[in-house]
Design a protein around this ligand. Structure first.
Ligand SMILES: CC(C)(COP(=O)(O)OP(=O)(O)OC[C@H]1O[C@@H](n2cnc3c(N)ncnc32)[C@H](O)[C@@H]1OP(=O)(O)O)[C@@H](O)C(=O)NCCC(=O)NCCS
Length: 150
């Protein structure tokens, strides 16, 4: 089941993200940051436990990023990641079908299965790179920009 996250999910969301933020695969988010943008977070529940998380960030009315996507390792390859992404896309496009939805990712094959295509970095506005200052990789960025193309 995919649902909107609530404040009481934050500790579990952090525990899902933690192994990947340590590896530098997902950008670190604090309890406070998640709390401030809890309306932008979705979680998946499997067997009564949170199995995954994903969020979106609105840069402008027509530009939205999918971010903080992570599934617990024990729940990999069950379609949970794809369902989280699909749900966010559905909810965003339901409001406005023109919205450009993108991701910066180290899992391009997963995102291409979700209907995204790789684009050149320069095709996305400069402001989306503002979070790089918080990233452990800084200018060694190896993330691939991808845009939803369906
Ligand atoms: C990427 C991630 C969210 C995928 O979650 P998941 O629930 O295992 O993925 P799904 O089961 O929904 O997979 C959907 C499809 O993508 C494929 N896929 C999943 N992960 C993949 C990967 N890392 N590389 C290539 N293909 C992948 C699956 O085989 C499946 O293909 P199918 O539709 O043909 O069966 C999960 O591996 C994860 O949390 N990784 C660590 C964090 C991360 O990389 N986040 C994304 C950074 S933006």
């Amino acid at each position: 089941m995919i649902r909107r996250a609530t404040i009481s999910d934050i500790d579990e969301i952090l525990s899902i993200l933690e192994p990947y933020t340590k590896e530098g695969i997902v950008l670190k988010r604090t309890h406070e940051e998640i709390s401030e943008s809890i309306d932008h977070f979705y979680v998946s529940e499997t067997e009564g436990k949170l199995s995954g998380v994903a969020a979106f960030y609105t840069y402008s009315p027509l530009l939205v990023e999918i971010r903080s996507l992570a599934v617990r390792k024990s729940f990999f390859a069950k379609g949970i990641g794809k369902r989280l992404v699909n749900k966010i896309i559905h909810d965003i496009r339901e409001k406005d079908s023109r919205v450009k939805i993108f991701a910066l990712t180290l899992a391009p094959d997963f995102f291409s299965k979700c209907g995204f295509v790789e684009v050149k970095k320069e095709t996305l506005p400069e402001k989306i790179w503002k979070d790089c200052v918080n990233c452990i990789k800084q200018n060694e960025c190896d993330e691939i920009p991808m845009v939803y193309a369906e």
